[in-house]
Design a protein around this ligand. Structure first.
Ligand code: 13P
Length: 248
């Protein structure tokens, strides 16, 4: 079974100062924890790296990365820049970027490849829209999203990364996938990855909170969570982390 992992996507919230405070609060929790990872905004990353300098058990990632490695790309941030300031991970293909920034499967695959080439571990986010689910297209959509990356980097490289299933209709809406709905997709992804995907961490994301976490984490192919809103408060996030450790 893959190692339990809880990741917090802080999106465009707070400031460098509040991000560092939140990181310090997380670091202050003693006791057994799952693998923990936080994704502050770009500009807050140095402050969070500083706040966690004595706490290497919390990994730091970025929310986006350029598909270019270097060059005249105003406003872009390369993978090498991110590893250079202490990031080990990066989100690629988050639904908010697919929707708001028109990132399609091809670009997401290029970002995934660029991330791995610069030594970052990508978390590939996949998920269907409400309309696609109503049309029972979720597995087809997920398959296309993952296949585009496999075609670019190969199956083994996808298995070496982390995959987050985040149904678009559950992100930031307060509506969570049922454990059965989530497990259906996670089981499908696991099967798609085949033999080499047995230890690939598959996260669920979309309105996870302290009340629904345990039932999601009880599913056999859900190895943890990618948490948005509930990751902005240390106590809430660590409550979810505790439920992951204690999952049945
Ligand atoms: P919420 O937990 O706020 O729904 O956000 C999920 C998410 O987008 C994590 O990447």
């Amino acid at each position: 079974m893959a190692k339990p992992l809880l990741a917090g996507n802080w999106k465009m919230h707070g400031t460098a100062k509040s991000a560092a405070e939140l990181a310090s609060q997380l670091a202050g929790y003693a006791g057994e924890k799952p693998e923990i990872m936080v994704f502050p905004s770009f500009v807050s990353i140095p402050a969070v790296v500083n706040a966690l300098s004595e706490h290497k058990d919390i990994a730091i990632g970025a929310q986006n990365v350029s598909h270019y490695s270097e060059g005249a790309y105003t406003g872009e941030i390369s993978g090498k820049m991110l590893t250079g300031i202490g990031c080990s991970h990066v989100l690629v293909g988050h639904s908010e970027r697919r929707t708001n920034n028109a990132e399609g499967n091809t670009l997401v695959a290029e970002k995934f490849a660029a991330a791995q080439q610069s030594g970052l571990i990508p978390i590939l986010c996949v998920g269907e829209t409400l309309q696609q689910r109503q049309d029972s297209l979720q597995l087809q959509v997920i398959k296309a999203q993952i296949t585009a990356v496999i075609e670019k980097v190969g199956l083994q490289n996808v298995c070496n990364a982390i995959i987050a299933y985040e149904p678009v209709w559950a992100v930031g809406t307060g509506e969570t996938a049922t454990p059965e709905q989530a497990q259906q997709v996670h089981g499908f992804i696991r099967a798609e990855l085949g033999e080499h995907g047995k230890d690939t961490q598959l996260l669920y994301g979309g309105s996870i909170n302290a009340d629904n976490a345990a039932s999601l984490f009880s599913q056999p192919d859900i190895d943890g969570g990618l948490v948005g809103g509930a990751s902005l408060e240390a106590e809430h996030f660590m409550n979810i982390a505790q439920q992951l450790i204690e999952r049945k």
